[in-house]
Design a protein around this ligand. Structure first.
Ligand SMILES: [Zn+2]
Length: 186
C-alpha cells in the first residue's frame, strides 16, 4: 500500500491545454508532444478514458538526478497516462513508463543501462480521507487527485519507485573483482 500525496503546485491551469497548443479535448485523445508542462484533471481523464503521452528526460529532474549515472546526457523516457478503472471499478490512471535509464553499477561504479518497462494502475482519491480509505482497503497505489495533477510528477514518482537503489550488472558482466566483506563475529 502506498499513498503518494501531491503537493499543490503554484501553476494551476483552470482550462487545461497542452504544451503542443491543442486544446485538452483534441490533445488528450492521443498526444505526443515533446514536452508536457500542463496539469490535467485525473478524474476527467479517467471518466473519458483518454490518454496523455510524451517523453520525459530524467536528467532534468531534481528528484531523480541523484539516482542517475554522473554526467548523463539527455535521455528520453516514453510515458503515457490513460484514464481507466481499477480492479473494482473505481476511477484510476494507468501510468506507463519505458526506456533506458543510465545508472551506475554499485559494484564496479561503471555505467549500467537499466531498462524500465513499467505499467502501474493508480486509484484516484478526491480527498485525503478518501485516499486513506482507499489505501486501507487496497494493495495498489493511490494518488490524491483533489485538484489538477502534473503528468510529469506522476511519471517521476513511477520512476522513483521502479529504479533500484543499488543497481548492479548481472553476474558475469561486472568488471569489479568481488569485494570480500569482512564480517567479524562478535
Ligand atoms: Zn558492475
Amino acid at each position: 500500500m502506498l499513498c503518494l500525496p501531491r503537493l499543490p503546485s503554484p501553476k494551476v491551469i483552470v482550462e487545461p491545454s497542452h504544451a503542443c497548443g491543442s486544446g485538452m479535448s483534441a490533445c488528450a485523445s492521443r498526444i505526443l508532444c515533446a514536452r508536457s508542462d500542463v496539469q490535467f484533471s485525473a478524474h476527467r481523464l479517467a471518466r473519458e478514458r483518454r490518454s496523455l503521452a510524451g517523453t520525459f528526460d530524467p536528467t532534468k529532474s531534481t528528484r531523480l538526478e541523484d539516482r542517475l549515472a554522473a554526467r548523463s546526457s539527455a535521455i528520453g523516457i516514453a510515458w503515457s497516462i490513460t484514464g481507466t478503472t481499477d480492479a473494482v471499478g473505481r476511477p484510476a490512471l494507468a501510468i506507463e513508463v519505458s526506456g533506458l535509464v543510465p545508472l551506475e553499477c554499485q559494484r564496479c561504479l561503471q555505467p549500467l543501462e537499466w531498462t524500465v518497462d513499467q505499467k502501474t494502475v493508480v486509484a484516484l482519491a478526491g480527498s485525503e480521507d478518501e485516499a486513506d480509505a482507499l489505501d486501507a482497503e487496497s494493495d495498489g497505489e493511490v494518488v490524491l487527485a483533489a485538484g489538477p495533477l502534473d503528468p510529469l510528477e506522476l511519471v517521476e514518482d513511477e520512476l522513483l519507485l521502479t529504479l533500484p537503489y543499488a543497481p548492479t550488472h548481472p553476474e558475469g558482466e561486472c568488471t569489479a573483482p568481488l569485494i570480500q566483506a569482512s564480517v567479524q563475529a562478535p
